[in-house]
Design a protein around this ligand. Structure first.
Ligand code: PMP
Length: 356
């Protein structure tokens, strides 16, 4: 028996399964989720859920949730599309707007799934290294004539926020649609939603996986002009958001906003404390507007392995443009950050000590 199926699409030979190398460890700081836990009303909703929520189909296009999301972001429900995580919105939107072979251009480094979603949808991915100030190189991105221009703000992994003038120019000059991935926007307080309400070619992509602590439920959403989100909705199909996820997300939006705001504030405080602790050790972390810190660290892959050996995971990004090897560390309760720092001191002493 061969590995390759005779009837497989040739295109899929080159598509890898996503492998962020997340073998279980005692303290996992690799995925930028909410390490404080679950919003309380969302949790109660799960415990008290009516059986019929499971035995019957979910709502077709999550109308109630769209209302609550619209209120949260300052949009109207007709400008919202929901999906199974923001991954699903990105994937469906690429399918909606890309013809086979169309160019998807993205600044690099950025979200690792973008080239994979492009491949999965038969699109051509073009990655353009960012500028030294961690802003996208818009001239080079536009020169690729992208049908889809992907930007991420705050960017994963650097934590940089897209400058407003860059965003406005992208929307003005892009030959196709612009995606702004705002998975971490709650931590920055900066958003493109107001612009998405005024133009017809900007799709803002958001998630409840990070600030809202609901990553396992897979709730993502897109915000844009009604014709734009309607096509994403067609591409995604009906019944995609499950009933448990919809009810818990609704509960969080209606009753847990104080919890969300408090934990966003804590994440921001601990992010700055972690950055200061790294500076005290002689490192120069990048300025972050998200719930993680990206710090240039020599031989980051080895440091990552040495951290793992101590039960702690942070994500290495080798060879980033302008900064070289870095580690990206998710921020959580301070005890966990301290646990990371102890392991980091030990791991770096081990890796660098071994070389001398
Ligand atoms: N965009 C960015 C920038 C991310 O970092 C992630 C998750 N790591 C996602 C989108 C996907 O998140 P989800 O599918 O959980 O909404």
């Amino acid at each position: 028996m061969t590995d390759r199926l005779a009837f497989a699409r040739a295109l899929y030979d080159a598509v890898p399964l996503y492998d962020p190398k997340r073998a279980p460890v005692e303290l996992d700081l690799t995925d930028n989720t909410n390490l404080w836990g679950l919003p309380p009303t969302a949790e109660r909703t799960l415990r008290e859920l009516a059986v019929s929520r499971i035995t019957r189909y979910p709502s077709l296009y999550a109308a109630e949730l769209k209302e609550a999301l619209a209120q949260f972001v300052g949009a109207t429900p007709e400008c919202i599309v929901t999906g199974c995580g923001s991954d699903d919105i990105l994937d469906s939107a690429m399918r909606a707007f890309g013809e086979p072979g169309s160019v998807v251009a993205s600044s690099e480094p950025s979200f690792a799934m973008i080239p994979i979603f492009a491949q999965m949808n038969g699109l051509q991915y073009v990655g353009v290294p960012e500028l030294p100030d961690h802003q996208p190189d818009l001239d080079a991105l536009l020169a690729a004539n992208p049908r889809i221009l992907y930007l991420c703000s705050p960017n994963n992994p650097t934590g940089a926020v897209l400058k407003r003038e860059t965003l406005e120019r992208a929307v003005r000059e892009a030959p196709g649609v612009v995606f702004v991935d705002e998975a971490y926007a709650e931590f920055s307080g900066v958003s493109a939603v107001d612009l998405a309400m005024r133009v017809d070619n900007l799709l803002v992509i958001r998630t409840m996986s990070k600030a809202f602590g609901l990553a396992g439920l897979r709730v993502g959403y897109g915000i844009g002009a009604t014709p734009l989100v309607r096509d994403v909705e067609k591409s995604r199909g009906p019944y995609k958001l499950n009933s448990v996820a919809e009810q818990m997300a609704l509960a969080a939006l209606r009753h847990d906003m104080q919890w969300v705001h408090e934990h966003v504030t804590l994440a921001v405080t601990n992010r700055e404390r972690l950055a200061a602790a790294l500076r005290d050790r002689g490192y120069t972390p990048l300025e972050s507007h998200a719930n993680y810190v990206c710090v240039p660290v020599a031989r980051a892959v080895e440091v990552g392995q040495a951290l793992r050996a101590r039960g702690v995971a942070a994500r290495p990004f080798p060879g980033l443009p302008h900064v070289g090897d870095t580690l990206r560390i998710s921020v959580g309760p301070w005890e966990l950050v301290e646990q990371f720092l102890v392991a980091f001191d030990d791991a770096t002493a081990d890796v660098y000590g071994a070389a001398s």
